[in-house]
Design a protein around this ligand. Structure first.
Ligand code: TYD
Length: 206
């Protein structure tokens, strides 16, 4: 099992259930005696929380490029002040959303240049990439039902947008099959958790 620090990210469209799976994995690893840190983007804490508030609640116009830079600014702060220090002390960092959200949402979803988003991601993270990424794949109809009627600024983007986001994640997984593992998020919580654990165990015993 794991002996060193690790950075694992959880990705997927809104309502895919990734946060529940992140918490279940955190409990599982903690029971195994691992030191775990759970965190999220946007807005883990401090300055990030302010950026998160703008991103999710600002009700005036936000240009697509401005939106991208706000997510990236949050990411740079998050990597420098929270993720890297924790991994360096041997913790397993479980992070709700990270670089692939920018590619899927701002790239595929909003239609910004994907190579450019990639380069900006590299700048924001100083080249650090997750060791492992789970994508919880779900059809848009089911995920929107789970989100419900009360939607934040991002969740209000519409069905076509979320179809593009989903497709974006699947394209990313094809490009980086070693890092990005796609899971069927329509299964039960317990079944998905088992799938996650299997992948983690295999990864750590490689
Ligand atoms: P959040 O409430 O954290 O949603 P979820 O529980 O689905 O993660 O809101 C984060 C929103 O921001 C979500 O709609 C995805 C979006 N997002 C981007 O568009 N780009 C990004 O780079 C990140 C990190 C998130």
């Amino acid at each position: 099992m794991v002996k060193r620090g690790m950075f694992i990210t959880f990705e997927g469209a809104d309502g895919c259930g990734k946060t529940t799976q992140l918490e279940l994995l955190a409990q599982y690893l903690t029971k195994k005696g691992k030191e775990v840190l759970t965190t999220r983007e946007p807005g883990a804490k401090g300055l990030g929380e302010r950026i998160r508030d703008i991103l999710l609640n600002y009700d005036g116009e936000v240009s697509d490029r401005c939106e991208s830079f706000l997510f990236l600014a949050d990411r740079a702060q998050h990597i420098d002040t929270i993720v890297n220090p924790a991994v360096a002390t041997g913790k397993i960092v479980l992070c709700d959303r990270h670089i692939d959200s920018s590619v899927a949402y701002q790239g595929y979803g909003r239609g910004l240049d994907i190579d450019q988003i990639d380069r900006l991601n590299m700048l924001a993270t100083n080249g650090r990439r997750p060791d492992l990424t789970f994508v919880f794949d779900i059809d848009v109809e089911t995920s929107m039902k789970r989100v419900g009627k009360e939607k934040d600024r991002m969740e209000s983007a519409g069905v076509d947008f979320f179809n593009r986001v989903r497709n974006g994640y699947l394209q990313l997984a094809k490009q980086e099959p070693d890092r990005i593992r796609v899971l069927d998020a329509t299964k039960s919580i317990e079944e998905i958790h088992k799938d996650v654990v299997k992948i983690i165990e295999e990864y750590c015993n490689k």
